[in-house]
Design a protein around this ligand. Structure first.
Ligand SMILES: Nc1nc2c(c(=O)[nH]1)N[C@H]1C(S)=C(S)[C@@H](COP(=O)(O)OP(=O)(O)OC[C@H]3O[C@@H](n4cnc5c(=O)[nH]c(N)nc54)[C@H](O)[C@@H]3O)O[C@H]1N2
Ligand SMILES: Nc1nc2c(c(=O)[nH]1)N[C@H]1C(S)=C(S)[C@@H](COP(=O)(O)OP(=O)(O)OC[C@H]3O[C@@H](n4cnc5c(=O)[nH]c(N)nc54)[C@H](O)[C@@H]3O)O[C@H]1N2
Ligand code: SF4
Ligand SMILES: [Mo]
Length: 680
């Protein structure tokens, strides 16, 4: 038995350090690294099941489509043939239709910097391919938070153990950020109170001390209501605000328009409960707001995140260790993006497609996209407006390449499938968007079959296309060195050599956003008023815009036809759509189901366990209903992201989600979906 160390590559805030047990060259157990101060030997059950994922249904060699598009019939070919075919088709497309007829599509399959965003960007920049805007996850919330603080930096989660009030706002931490829940539990043992604000009673809400169930997308109204009470009752920290904030006077006028009785109507929370929450927040120190992705997947998600992120400024929560907020901590990891991605290789400006609107891009773009190269993503399952995405992938004249570890719903639509290594089979550099450790992982097992890491494939294609730039020869270690080659890392004495020796390096918290006078906002202060937001077409003082002002999917039909808001958050047992092909995890997750409130169920003659259809102008999903009081009337919830065949009618939750864009940043609006539910 051999013990080796690795890093979890998945798109999860925890970025766990892993301890891997290996027998006869095979992984037999994946556990948490006991030495890592955040992981502390504990990981989720998804990654504990990894041996099944590595040695289960892997794609082991390159394949070419033999049957009809989407039929899933393929023949084995050699790597040489696969690369020749891809390069050959692209050379032809570039000369006939121009380089912008080719487009990459990727997201967070691996969060390793090297295989996520280095050689791929170089190659597609050099080609002059259509660019992809990677907006599917967190852009609206990140930009919203940055309107306040100028950068994605917040509380070091390890410090939140000292907090006395922890609010999980739109985050199902127990399932999606488990180590934050572990830390919160330790804080609770020291007397902290844990509160959850969410649209349904999820696992985290059941575990918390108090739960506020509100109407989808009404978070901005709640934040204004809390601000109203704090300012009305003189509970704000005047000295802190005087020194570190900008635009408070005008914000105060706005907040005064949100008294508790009005906010109660907008949010569905009673005015007494709103009063209680605001006082508790203002009077408990340190207070920590863990801001999640839930509400920023609505059409008003960016501005709502801005509003929520201003609350810790009102109370000067930032002044205490363990106090403040945390949306994303990616700002602690600046990298040398120019060296990684080589934007200088772009010869002339190219068009950009928003990844949220893949169906539209494939079906409507003029001049059309003629080739799609998918890696690190499973758009047939994860992208909104699924039926439109499938219509695009089904185009006979679209040359689709999918580089994958397993036979996903997207891979079935490929013309060429390429086998990808897992993170245990290749080296990479890892940052986290939650904790503050930089990590390195070497491969710990041999590559499965003929699988190759992303960067190797991009290098082969570059060579085949005759690209001689030296950057197409770089190894993983070359790229990692380039990524860290900026003053930030040099000043901290952090090099690849040191990282490889130490495996992980924890950064300090000296760069907190409230660091005196150094905020990278236009005013240099926390902004209650923003000039930047005008660029998105909103007023300089944050306002609450209800989602119903934006809702448009199924707009061709009158709104009363789709009176329910449909929320489809991620699944405890899967990581987005990854792991939804792992049998033991699927068995634990049982089957997809819909949570519906008793009143909505009664109105529709639906009983617990009935089969129902969820429908709107875009699609229809057949599913089992659970009648519960865990959601408000008017709201239905179904956790994703099962693969399509696991639904009775072969249609997943994203058949119902809109490809409309969020208020700021062009983000995804998965949860602002309108539907009707009917008994089958
Ligand atoms: N087990 C597991 N962990 C994961 C993932 C996974 O798929 N599975 N995915 C990873 C990824 S990529 C991400 S981005 C994160 C996402 O993890 P989170 O930040 O937790 O975000 P979500 O789970 O999308 O939504 C969180 C909660 O917000 C609620 N919500 C929906 N609309 C609203 C609203 O209007 N207001 C409020 N207050 N709440 C609302 C949802 O019901 C849900 O309970 O998790 C990561 N971790
Ligand atoms: N309805 C609804 N839809 C959602 C969400 C939701 O909450 N509700 N969440 C959204 C969010 S927040 C996100 S981040 C997206 C996530 O969407 P994706 O980033 O597409 O996430 P995954 O479903 O995990 O798919 C990643 C794929 O990459 C593959 N992969 C892993 N490592 C490698 C590698 O090294 N090389 C290659 N070539 N492939 C690799 C995996 O096998 C997997 O199939 O989904 C979004 N979709
Ligand atoms: S998915 Fe998240 S919690 Fe699970 S091992 Fe990976 S980083 Fe840790
Ligand atoms: Mo995400």
């Amino acid at each position: 038995m051999e013990i080796k160390y690795s890093v979890c590559p998945h798109d999860c805030p925890d970025t766990c350090a892993l301890k891997v047990e290996i027998q006869d060259g095979k992984i037999v157990k994946v556990a948490g690294d006991d030495y890592h101060p955040v992981t502390r030997g504990v990981i989720c059950e998804k990654v504990r099941a990894y041996p099944e994922r590595i040695y289960g249904n892997r794609i082991l060699y390159p394949m070419r489509r033999t049957g009809k598009k989407g039929a899933g019939e393929f023949e084995r070919i050699s790597w040489n043939d696969a690369i020749d075919e891809i390069a050959g088709r692209w050379v032809e497309l570039i000369s006939k239709c121009g380089p912008e007829s080719i487009m990459p599509y990727s997201y967070g399959g691996t969060e390793g910097i090297i295989n996520k965003s280095s050689m791929d960007r170089r190659l597609f920049n050099k080609i002059g391919a259509t660019a992809i805007g990677r907006t599917i996850c967190s852009v609206a919330g990140s930009l919203g938070y940055q309107l306040s603080y100028g950068i994605s930096k917040g509380v070091n989660p390890l410090d939140s153990v000292d907090s006395k009030l922890i609010i999980f706002w739109g985050i199902n931490a127990l399932e999606t950020n488990m180590h934050q829940a572990v830390i919160a539990d330790a804080a609770r043992k020291n007397g902290a109170k844990i509160i959850v604000i969410d649209v349904h009673r999820n696992k985290t809400a059941k575990w918390a001390d108090d739960f506020y169930m509100l109407l989808p997308g009404s978070d901005g109204a709640l934040a204004l209501g809390i601000a109203h009470i704090i300012l009305r009752d003189n509970l704000e920290d005047k000295a802190f605000l005087e020194e570190y904030s900008f635009g408070l006077d005008e914000f105060r006028k706005k907040a005064m328009k949100y008294p508790p009785d009005r906010v109660a109507v907008l949010t569905g929370i009673s005015k007494e409960r709103i009063e209680y929450l605001a006082r508790l927040y203002a009077e408990t120190k340190p207070s920590f707001l863990r801001i999640g992705n839930g509400f920023q997947h609505h059409k008003n998600g960016g501005i709502n995140t801005w509003l929520i992120s201003l609350l810790p400024a009102l109370t000067a929560a930032w002044s205490d260790k363990g106090g403040g907020a945390l949306k994303s901590n990616s700002g602690y990891f600046p990298l040398n993006e120019e060296a990684l991605k080589r934007p200088d290789l772009i010869k002339k400006p190219v068009r950009t497609v928003n990844m949220v609107q893949l169906g539209k891009a494939l079906c409507e773009l003029d001049p059309p996209l003629m080739s799609l190269y998918v890696y690190n993503s499973n758009p047939a399952v994860v992208a909104p407006n699924q039926n439109y995405v499938i219509r695009g992938l089904a185009r006979e004249d679209l040359f689709t390449v999918v580089h994958e570890q397993t036979m996903t719903d997207t891979a079935k639509w490929a013309d060429i499938i390429l086998p990808a290594t897992t993170s245990f089979e290749h080296a990479d550099l890892y940052v986290s968007y939650w904790h503050t450790s930089l990590q390195w992982a070497d491969p710990v097992i041999p590559r499965a079959g003929e699988a190759k890491p992303n960067i190797d494939v991009f290098k082969l294609i570059a060579r085949s296309l005759g690209f001689n730039d030296e950057c197409f020869l770089d190894t993983e270690e070359d790229i990692a060195r380039q990524a860290l080659d900026i003053p930030y890392w040099r000043e901290k004495g952090i090099t690849l050599e040191r990282l490889k020796k130490e495996r992980f390096i924890m950064l300090g918290t000296e760069d907190y956003p409230f660091e005196r006078g150094k905020l990278p906002t236009p005013s240099g202060k926390i902004e209650f008023k923003s000039q930047k937001v005008a660029a998105y077409g909103f007023s300089e003082i944050p306002e609450y815009y209800p989602i119903k002002d934006y809702i448009s999917n199924g707009a061709s039909l009158p709104k009363p036809d789709f009176p329910l808001i449909f929320v489809s958050p991620p699944n405890h047992f899967f990581l987005n759509s990854s792991f939804a092909g792992v049998s033991s995890l699927k068995a634990k997750a049982r089957e997809p189901f819909l949570e519906i409130n008793r009143k909505d169920a009664e109105d529709r003659g639906i009983s617990d366990g009935d089969l129902v259809t969820i429908q709107n102008g875009q699609g229809c999903v057949s599913i089992k209903a659970k009648v519960l009081d865990s959601v408000l009337p008017g709201v239905v919830v179904s956790a994703g992201l099962w693969w399509k065949d696991d639904y009775i009618n072969g249609s997943g939750v994203n058949a119902l989600t809109p490809d409309d864009l969020s208020d700021i940043g062009g983000g995804a609006t998965f949860f602002s979906s309108q539907v009707e539910v009917k008994k089958i």
